[in-house]
Structures are given as C-alpha cells and as structure tokens.
Design a protein around this ligand. Sequence first.
Ligand code: IPD
Length: 284
Amino acid sequence: MSSHVSGSSSHDAAGGAEFLELAVTLARTAGATAVAMRPDAIGTTTTKSSDTDPVTAADKAAEQLIVDGILAARPNDAIVGEEGGGIAGTTGVSWFVDPIDGTANYVYGIPIYAVSIAVEVDGSVVVGVVYNPESDELFTARRRGGAFRNGEPIRVNADVPLAKALMGTGFGYKPEDRAVDGAVIAELLPKIRDLRRLGSAALDLCAVAMGRFDAYFETGLHVWDYAAGALLVEEAGGQCCGLDGSTPGPEMMIAAHSPLANDLAGALKLAAETASVEGRVGRD
Ligand code: IPD
C-alpha cells in the first residue's frame, strides 16, 4: 500500500496548507475531548477485534467530531476512520483518522496516546498530523515541506548501525500473532541496542522522525495507525519500507534512516527464518 505513504502529488507543501490547517484544528479539538472524557474511560470501555482490543466512548466521540469537521469543510472527500467504516468521496481526497491511537494506554491512564490524521490526494499522503494531548506535542508534515514538532524542524537519526539502534515496536491484539512476534523478537533482541513498546504506532513513528528512536517496526497495522506518522518519518529524512524492499503497509512497517531500515528488514527476515515463523512476518 505504499501509495498511501510514498509518491508525489500536486498537493505538495504549498497545496497542502488548507488540509494541514484543518487537520491541526481537528486533532487539537479531538485531543481536548479525549482528555476531558478520560475519567469515564474505564466505565465506557468495550472491545472490538479481540477481547483485549479496547474502544471507549471517547474514541467514538473524538472520531465523530473529526468526521463532522471534515464533512463541514469538505463534504465530498472520502474518510476512513478507525471506529467508523468508510465514507466514499468524489474529490480524490481521502482522510485517514485514528481518534485515539494508543487506546489501551488511554484506558490505563498512561499519557502516551495521540490523535492521528492524514490526508491523501490521488494516492499520495500529502499531510500528516499526530497530536498527543497529554504532552501537548504536535507533529506535522507536508509532503516536500518538512516535518515538525511544535513548529520546530525534526530529523531522523542518521548512520546508526543495527547493533547500536534503539528501536520501538508494537503488537496487534490477536494472541496467535503475538506468539510469533515474540519468537521473532527473541532472535532480534540480542543484535540491537534495545527495544521499547510505547503503545501507540503513530507516536512510535514520530519518535523515529525526531530521533527518540533510531528505528521502528510492526506487523498488522492499519492505515489509520501509520499514514500520518509515516509521512513524518519520510519528511524527517527517513525511509518507510516493508521486507525485501517492498512497500510498507499492514504486512510490515519498518521506519528508520535508509541504511538502518534496510539492515533491519534483513535482520527481521533472518529472525523469522531462524524462528521458523516466516509465514507470519510479511502476512497481513
Ligand atoms: C494500536 C496502537 C499500538 C499498536 C497496535 C495498534 P489503537 O492502535 O497503535 O501501539 O501496537 O497495533 O492497533 O488500537 O490503540 O488505535
């Protein structure tokens, strides 16, 4: 699905200003809603893809607020939201919305979650916004316009060897997938500096974009988890890829400065082969 995170568009830095402004406004408002509704998080938690995959009233309220805001300003755009299903559009513009990325953290009161909004035009993501309302960190990117944290330019860490790399990763909610992820990590962990699991893919990608992590990898993500963060990484000088030089997507998302991304892809492939779980790595 690289079309979501790579490529060019006439809606580059100049053309994306309108989208960026709307996405920032909606991300800040949705973030404030999430914070205000936090006291009710546990009481309103239900589950979706598995018994451990939470969704709260705040996820739904924040997504509705964002969808309403997009439709008010741009009634004919398409919207793909984590909690909602899809709204078809006619303009060639699609919005990818994760109202609370890191819902488990949100429920437990861990202040690591974010609103993630990306705008795709004709198959290329041109704007990405990730907002953590707890730390008041706003990450923004426009294609060919750079990546920023609270308005300051950010860059990925360059030239870090695999053995010295601090990485982030994450796990989906299905027990059978986690067993395989664990086997792969057991092979990889002795070969790197260390591994972190923040609990928000969008913030993991922003961590790479600003150099808090050297790299990040995860299987089984959805486009609303990574579309905005992947643009942040690319605009901060990094690369997003899958295995074997393939494009990044739900089957594998690797993010880092280019040489490290390639080395990590090779190491993950080897780890999967050694752990005899090749069928899982690279699978949706
Ligand atoms: C989840 C988070 C988590 C990642 C999962 C995602 P959600 O998103 O990004 O870090 O490991 O794969 O599903 O469900 O909290 O929006």
